[in-house]
Design a protein around this ligand. Sequence first.
Ligand code: NDP
Length: 330
Amino acid sequence: SREWHLLSRPVGWPKPEDFALVEAEVPQPGEGQVLVRNVYVSVDPYMRGRMSAAKSYAAPYELNKPMQGGAVGEVVVSNAEGIEAGDHVLHFFGWREYAVVDAAQAVKVDADAAPLSTYLGVLGMTGLTAYAGLLRTAAFKEGDSVFVSGAAGAVGSQVGQIAKLKGASRVIGSAGSDEKVKLLLEEYGFDAAFNYKNGPVSRQLREAAPDGVDVYFDNVGGEHLEAAIGSLNRGGRVAVCGMISVYNDTEPSPGPRNLARLIQTRGRIEGFLVSDHYDLQPQFVQEVGPWVRSGELKYRETVVEGIENNLEAFFGVLRGDNIGKMIVKL
Ligand code: NDP
């Protein structure tokens, strides 16, 4: 069984030498545990944070131990009540081919109800992030105009489409390539979109949202956040989901220079973590599940094959190689 270890804590952009694919014995499940053969493994931007030693909401990855992350797999051996060999489970021991999981940490998923990979994306953690951040943290309401960055990614593409389905007056997205911008406009139904690499975000946003924005869903931070504050309407809300533009910085970057705009707009900026919003999971599945099945809410996945490419897939997320959720298929 092969598994990815972190060998040294990356400084700046992670390098291949910071990691190793290690051969290990297939682990044996104890009482109350199951042995899972992973089928789909998630790579996510937050994993960059866990590679650092700094204290955060999730513990740093331990050096010379298998890394962790979301995964869906097939139960091969079960010593747990209620789970049988052949069942599929969602769990948190990705970055490896085989995992031993406590039954309490394994969530059964239905391979017939939806493609297994969607439990990591559109119907999983990133989907709930979009739903909770938009509806709860940003307190979206019908008629709002919504700007979302990272809009062709897993979270962002779902934010824009949920806003549209729930009656946003205008949805604007930014992404890092003209191909992604085209997708936002032609497939996801965004009203306006721009490539942030084609010019200053503030100017491109003003052109795309001449009447300003009521909600900004931030996946990126930096220049995007300042631009969004500059375009914020009275009573505007900013939900800070992620700031991927700074994850590899070695020094703190300057914050938005225009925070004083929050006074005249009575604006609000609030960060959130999906893990605090799992109470919304049933409502999320009930509302978003049918949209996905009917095709009203579209999603893409970028699937990379092979455990040996797990690390490259993670680098790809940081570089923007992905459209929609980045997933590794073993
Ligand atoms: P994505 O699928 O959006 O992949 C990341 C994308 O970020 C890339 O595809 C790339 O697209 C973009 N990107 C990379 N570098 C930059 C940059 N310097 N400036 C602008 N865009 C950049 O990932 P997720 O949907 O999984 O995550 C999106 C955000 O949500 C992340 O910030 C993540 O940390 C956060 N998150 C937060 C959670 C929470 O609980 N708060 C939970 C889950 C995710 P492009 O080509 O457009 O540059």
